[in-house]
Design a protein around this ligand. Structure first.
Ligand code: BGC
Length: 497
């Protein structure tokens, strides 16, 4: 071999060694990064843990707060709002009624012909309208004018199949799914906004008066006969079909629960005791908080940056508006501190609320061997392409952690209500059936979430009591429920009986 050849061989060998060293360093670096990413995931998982013992503490804290909220106004983070609904639908409701359901990015209007015990729920029609985002943070007049315009259009299209008696005003059940201090069955003032709404000039105002003024401005002659929360509508709609419904839970953009309470167990109620001896309570459980809640630094950051910092902490750990953003926040940390998606942080990961809960649900339910759905979501929403199967699996795990915590906490909340009602045990061998009416997009569409909730609740209750409860999806209970309550509070009722 000549000198030149020897020299070349030496150079080649040196290059190979250098390349090998680089590869090793790269591998070490990437395995270091991977380990760091897994560390972040593990820590998050641990902080989110909601074992049965902790859930029992959460349930007990919920029961305690319920008592406190019923004892005095402002006595608890739980508002425990008296709804003025002391009787739930019986089946006797008759006539044409309208319902308006406002509580998220869409509102719905509905008309239904109720036919009493024989006719039941007859023909019904509805329309759904999306609310332009600027109206969610604008003025009260703008929002209600928009709603009244759409409502007037809908009423204008009423067909021959619907009958309002001659000379009578049309009546409406208004489902308004934000915290309201109810002053009668058909009036109440806005306490605060939630779920991304923030209309300052409406706070403290009577929403029924606001809607009525807007209807008048639009020339629509309609009376609001009942103002209800979506939980109350769901409870009423559920009760219409099943007498054992005593609890309603909404798991959607926001979350909340309502239940039937004994009137004399409400010390803050100074009015006459209702004949039924009962009163429906709107808990506004979204605002629950307790030192037992497994809150992480990601939840804290989400809260601080939200439109309503310090408020709705339970809701921010459970409901559809927030689950996606919790997942995004953890992924962002992994990208930033462990280069989980490569050397640069994908810019979309910095955009609040870009990852929505339906996307999390789709990824969580992905059963394809290569987690194709996860790959597509990462690419389409977050702009991260060519992800490995290993990375996709981590993302699924993250969705699982967040959804499981939310579902388990919701189950603990329900146990808290059942305890308050004395329905968490079997007394004197008497098996009281308890039906829980559930609604909301999260419950309806995120199957793993609803399954986890149901399994957890049964685990918390134990086999025997679990056998006495039924979780029912009250599909659009809240729309029909509001119409039913409008019927039972109609201004014409006394003429009919
Ligand atoms: C509201 C409740 C409502 C729940 C579900 C919460 O943000 O405060 O009034 O029932 O969302 O829609």
């Amino acid at each position: 071999m000549g000198k030149v050849a020897v020299g070349a061989a030496v150079v080649c060998a040196a290059t190979a060694v250098a390349v090998a060293a680089l590869v090793v360093r790269h591998r070490m670096r990437s395995s270091g990064r991977w380990a760091r990413a897994m560390g972040i995931l593990r820590e998050f998982d641990e902080k989110c843990a909601a074992p049965i013992g902790k859930l029992r503490q959460v349930a007990d804290a919920m029961t305690v707060e319920m008592h406190a909220g019923l004892a005095s106004e402002g006595g608890s983070k739980l508002k425990m709002i008296i709804t003025f609904v002391d009787t739930l639908p019986t089946g006797d409701e008759k006539g044409l009624f309208y319902a308006l359901d406002l509580g998220g990015t869409n509102f719905r209007v509905l008309r239904v012909q109720l036919g009493g015990k024989e006719g039941r729920v007859g023909k019904q029609e509805f329309t759904e309208v999306s609310i332009p985002p600027r109206l969610m943070t604008g003025t009260s007049d703008e929002l209600f004018d928009y709603i009244a315009t759409e409502l007037a259009k809908f009423v204008g299209a009423e067909g021959e199949d619907f009958h309002v008696s001659v000379g009578r005003q049309r009546e409406l059940g208004f489902t308004f799914s934000f915290p309201v201090k109810q002053t009668s069955i058909s009036s109440g003032t806005v306490i605060k906004w939630t779920k991304g709404f923030s209309i300052d000039d409406a706070v403290g105002e009577d929403v029924v008066a606001e809607l009525t003024k807007a209807m008048e401005r639009k020339g629509l002659d309609m009376r609001v006969a009942a103002l209800v929360n979506d939980t109350i509508g769901t409870l009423a709609g559920g009760r219409y079909y099943d007498n054992d419904v005593t609890i309603a839970v909404i798991l959607g953009t926001g979350t909340n629960a309502a239940y039937v309470e004994r009137a004399h167990a409400i010390p803050k109620w100074h009015g006459l005791l209702p004949k039924s001896g009962e009163m429906v309570i709107n808990m506004e459980w979204g605002n629950f908080r307790s030192s037992h809640l497994p809150i992480t630094e990601y939840d804290q950051a989400l809260d601080v940056e939200s439109l309503n910092p310090g408020e709705q902490i339970f809701e921010k750990m459970i409901s559809g508006m927030y689950l996606g953003d919790i997942v995004r926040r953890v992924l962002h940390r992994m990208a930033e501190e462990a280069a989980f998606f490569g050397d640069t942080v994908p810019p979309n990961l910095k955009v609040p609320f870009i990852l929505r809960t339906p996307d999390v649900s789709a990824m969580h339910h992905d059963t394809s061997p290569d987690l194709r759905v996860v790959g597509c979501k990462l690419k389409d929403i977050l702009g991260i392409s060519n992800t490995s199967l290993k990375i996709r699996k981590v993302v699924v795990k993250l969705c699982d952690i967040v959804a499981t915590r939310g579902a388990r906490l919701a189950a603990a909340g329900i146990l808290g209500i059942m305890k308050k009602q004395g329905r968490d045990t079997i007394r004197d061998g008497e098996k009281q059936r308890t039906v829980i009416a559930m609604d909301g997009g999260l419950f309806e569409h995120y199957t793993k979430f609803s399954q986890c909730l149901e399994i957890t609740l049964k685990e918390l209750l134990g086999e025997e009591v679990a056998g006495t409860i039924v979780i029912k999806h009250a599909n659009d209970g809240s729309g029909i429920g509001a119409a039913l309550l409008a019927a039972s509070h109609s201004q014409y009722l006394e003429y009919e009986s």
